[in-house]
Design a protein around this ligand. Structure first.
Ligand code: CA
Length: 231
């Protein structure tokens, strides 16, 4: 995944580059508008993160030009201005999503993945996952257990996908909240991770997979133990 990061704050840019690299993105950094435009003209990108407050040529101008030259490139805009007018201006100029500074990296990553999924440009986000008796179609967000379709709510399918992507690794409640935020589903009372984990566990019965609770850390999806006892 080739990613353009147009951000003038060197500390933020360095931190983001390191985190994006470990999340599997190859990052080209532009510290100002002209460099961003140069890189966009020179190189092929799968996704771009553009700070609206860029020096020399501002992010909104870069975004408007980019939309004309790269109509399909997914763009997530960063803005320090938590103001409705800048959001509306950015959306009109063709941003796919927004992050208001300051933000947590897991939420940015979740939004990047969601934008890529919508753009259907991330092969990893569109591949099918088959583990034990479960088959999950990531593009269609459909789950099938031993040939039987399973009905999942949008939140449950996001949760299942997150657990599958991180199979055998702990997924924290923060990661779950970030994934839901990235999918645009609202977090409210009674919509907690616990509730959805409980429902998803029941739906996964018979799949050969189990969701283990890792006390104080989060949840982990794993193939059921051979003795059939839940973990
Ligand atoms: Ca800035």
């Amino acid at each position: 995944m080739q990613l353009l990061l147009a951000e003038d704050d060197p500390i933020l840019a360095n931190g983001l580059t390191a985190q994006l690299n470990s999340a599997g993105f190859t990052v080209e950094h532009a510290p100002n508008g002209p460099v961003a435009e140069y890189l966009l003209a020179k190189q092929k990108f799968d996704i771009a993160i553009i700070d609206l407050g860029l020096p020399m040529i501002d992010g909104l101008t870069v975004l408007k030009k980019l939309r004309a030259s790269h109509p399909d490139l997914p763009v997530v805009v960063l803005t320090a201005l938590d103001r409705l007018d800048s959001r509306v201006a950015g959306l009109n100029a063709g941003a796919d999503d927004y992050m208001t500074k300051p933000f947590e990296f897991p939420e940015l990553e979740a939004r990047l993945r969601a934008v890529l999924r919508r753009a259907r440009k991330d092969p990893a986000a569109n591949g099918d996952v088959a583990v034990a008796g479960l088959h999950f179609d990531r593009a269609a967000r459909r789950a099938v257990i031993h040939g039987e379709p399973v009905e999942l709510s949008p939140r449950e399918s996001t949760l299942l996908e997150l657990l599958l992507v991180h199979a055998d690794k702990v997924v924290t409640k923060d990661q779950i909240a970030a994934a839901w935020a990235g999918d645009g589903t609202e977090v409210g009372a009674g919509n907690t991770a616990e509730v959805h984990i409980h429902r998803l566990r029941r739906k996964l019965e018979g799949s050969g997979l189990e969701i283990r609770t890792i006390r104080g850390l989060g949840y982990l999806l794993a193939v059921e133990r051979a003795d059939g006892r839940p973990g």
